[in-house]
Design a protein around this ligand. Structure first.
Ligand code: NAP
Ligand code: MG
Length: 481
């Protein structure tokens, strides 16, 4: 394999340290999928300088011209679904069909953003005085830093880079360490799409060094981050010192409320899919079920039927519907939560075991797991697990369900299954979450705003037009003649 490099000022460059770190296949950690740059502050400085020097020219490039590049990029993504999908699966483990779907989705989001380049912007205002006109325009911020996690290594970077470019900003990007390979592929596509040199720059390396340097560089005017709440809070603090704008998409503990819904088979199908795709490693994964006592027995049986159909295995195997966890850390976290569940007196109804003797040589495979009769105060019911573990909490009535739904630090997404419009209305109004899904799982669409309340997010929503609020800044203009 040719050495993997950073992409700075239009060149593929070795890191200044000359050092590289291995990434292992989560389905077979004896296999190294690649060696990736261990970049340092010098690499970040070069990348930010390149982005800074390109900022004026890119901002002045006509929107429709920027759109042409984004459209070509979207087209290249569409042609790369197989190849890029396989890279995603090899580095982070999810089933190939999910990886391919992710690349398709990234292409859709890039196309939406290409359209944004030609849509109207700004307002005109009536003037208080004669002979004067008042209007606002929105301008790019300049250089934005984008930092993403490993669970969606294609769509999350594209969700940041495409709007940044569409609205006329230049970019420095740091991928999660586990998924640097996908990001190299993305930058090859941006290069092939004809993006001028320096407009988007890739720096691979650790969050502690590369991520931190990006946030602290005072030429960076915005930071778009997706990842854990802990890291997001630290980034917010560092950015605040320089009044750098932030967009943070963070963790979740997303409830499915089942409150008088006739079609429990459908509810179970929606819930299990939204809970266990990507082995539960999705910020919007449904990660707890709150169900009325009267429906609980039947719902749990239906959930068990659905879980029983899951085939755990390597993501590249055709029969696999659930892959391994991404790495040892994530695997150990899941094992710890499952032990907590077993010790807590909750009723283990499915899974609960690791599927291999030695995960570090055989892969990070864990059974999909369901606990029933989980107490509302249990860590399983309140903390983000980010794995294939679904706790069921039984509730007496709608009010109790809503109160439990709100009883976490998070507020990203919620699903409500009910045939009663008053129940749906009460849940929609009273659940403190950024996204509410009625009678379906927590799947988002490629043009609808996406974001979280409470500790799940901060700053403007991403996806669709709300991205403008983050990536542009208003300017008011008064003209007298
Ligand atoms: P993470 O540990 O917070 O890492 C996310 C990114 O931040 C990685 O690129 C990481 O680099 C970098 N980073 C780490 N420390 C940093 C620092 N001090 N300064 C700047 N950057 C730093 O999250 P993760 O473990 O990759 O992903 C799982 C988490 O992401 C979950 O909590 C999940 O809920 C959340 N998530 C949220 C959304 C959403 O849209 N709301 C979507 C997906 C995931 P390294 O890889 O080098 O550590
Ligand atoms: Mg991490």
């Amino acid at each position: 394999m040719s050495p993997n490099r950073n992409f700075i000022r239009g060149d593929w460059r070795e890191p200044r340290s000359g050092e590289y770190d291995p990434v292992y296949d989560p389905a077979d950690p004896t296999v190294v999928v690649g060696e990736f740059p261990r970049s340092n502050a010098e690499d970040v400085d070069e990348a930010v300088s390149a982005a800074h020097e390109s900022a004026v020219d890119w901002a002045e490039t006509p929107g429709p011209k920027r759109a042409e590049i984004l459209r070509r990029f979207a087209g290249l993504l569409e042609q790369s679904t197989g190849e890029l999908g396989e890279i995603v699966t090899r580095e982070m483990g999810k089933p190939l069909t999910e990886s391919v779907g992710e690349v398709e989705r990234a292409a859709q989001e890039a196309r939406f953003m290409a359209g944004e380049c030609s849509r109207p912007f700004g307002h005109t205002y009536p003037s208080e005085v004669r002979d004067t006109r008042c209007k606002t325009v929105r301008e790019p911020l300049g250089v934005v830093a984008t930092i993403s996690p490993w669970n969606f290594p294609v769509v999350t970077p594209v969700r940041k880079i495409a709007p940044a470019l569409a609205y006329g900003n230049t970019v420095v990007f740091k991928p999660a360490s586990q998924t640097s390979w996908s990001s190299i592929y993305l930058f090859e596509l941006l290069e092939r799409a004809g993006l001028p040199s320096g407009v988007a720059n890739l720096v691979i390396g650790s969050g502690r060094v590369v991520g931190n340097e990006m946030v602290e560089d005072d030429r960076v005017r915005g930071v778009s981050f997706t990842g854990s709440t802990n890291v997001g809070v630290r980034i917010n603090r560092a950015a605040a010192d320089q009044l750098t704008r932030v967009q943070l998409e963070l963790g979740g503990k997303n409830p499915a409320l089942v409150l008088g819904f006739d079609d429990l088979e459908r509810a179970a199908r929606e819930i299990v899919s939204a809970a266990l795709k990507c082995s539960g490693q999705r910020c919007t994964a449904l990660s707890r079920v709150l169900v009325l006592d009267s429906q609980a027995d039947e719902l749990v049986e239906r959930l068990l039927d659905e879980i029983g159909q899951i085939e755990v295995g390597p993501g590249l195997a055709e029969t696999t519907t659930m892959g391994p966890l991404v790495d040892e850390d994530q695997f150990e976290t899941v094992v710890r939560f499952v032990r907590t569940g077993k010790d807590s007196g909750a009723e283990l109804r499915a899974g609960g075991e690791v599927l291999v003797d030695d995960p570090n040589t055989e892969g990070y495979f864990h059974e999909p797991t369901l606990f029933d009769h989980v107490a509302r105060t249990s860590p399983l019911a309140r903390e983000e697990i980010f794995g294939p573990v679904l706790p069921v909490v039984r509730v007496a009535n709608v009010e109790q369900a809503i109160s439990i739904a709100n009883d976490t630090e998070y507020g990203l997404a919620a699903s409500v299954f009910s045939d009663n419009p008053r129940t749906v209305e009460a849940c929609t109004r009273q659940i403190d979450a950024g996204m509410i899904h009625i009678n379906h799982g927590t799947a988002s669409q490629a043009h609808v705003p996406f974001g979280g309340h409470k500790s799940s997010g901060h700053g403007a929503y991403s996806i669709g037009q709300t991205a403008r609020e983050f990536y542009t800044i208003p300017k008011a203009i008064y003209t007298k003649w």
